[in-house]
Design a protein around this ligand. Structure first.
Ligand code: HEM
Length: 133
């Protein structure tokens, strides 16, 4: 049976939750390694990191249902974050890093479809980030 995009995304999030729990820490650990420029955002209080991952996952859920709305938000957020000193490359790096953390834990009969959805979503998001300027 083929699942639709929302079901595939939800299934992938469930699999991540049972494999590693909250992905915030592994994502940011890898992100700080890949993007040392992010050190400027590092704080002892890491609650903003959880907030950011929640916003991103919510936007990905919107993306599975209404891609045009989700991508319009991404373009807005690209500009908003640029104003607080976050370059587009770092912004895109967040999505690539999240993708890389997630896909390695996907499993079962829908693994290929979930992986394809994540890859396609991240590619479309990165193109939207580039088109925001
Ligand atoms: C490396 C990636 C990111 C970093 C370091 C980061 C950092 C921040 C920081 C420091 C704020 C609070 C400051 C402010 O709003 O003036 C913020 C707000 C926010 N971020 Fe991010 N962010 C990242 C990626 C994203 C992405 C990809 C999204 C996509 C949905 C997102 C969504 C939001 C939203 C919705 C807010 C609140 C905006 C508002 O105040 O109206 N962030 N981000």
């Amino acid at each position: 049976m083929k699942l639709n995009n929302s079901d595939l995304l939800n299934l992938s999030l469930e699999q991540i939750a049972s494999a590693i729990g909250d992905p915030t820490e592994p994502v940011f650990t890898l992100l700080y390694q890949r993007h040392p420029e992010l050190a400027a955002f590092s704080r002892e209080d890491t609650s903003w990191q959880h907030y950011m991952i929640q916003e991103i996952l919510q936007n990905l859920m919107e993306m599975a249902e209404n891609p045009d709305t989700a991508l319009a938000i991404i373009r807005d957020m690209t500009l908003h974050h640029q104003m607080i000193g976050l370059e587009a490359d770092t912004f895109k790096g967040m999505y690539r890093t999240l993708h890389d953390v997630v896909v390695q834990h996907l499993s079962g009969p829908h693994r290929e479809d979930m992986t394809a959805l994540w890859e396609d979503s991240v590619q479309r998001i990165c193109r939207s980030v580039d088109s925001a300027f």
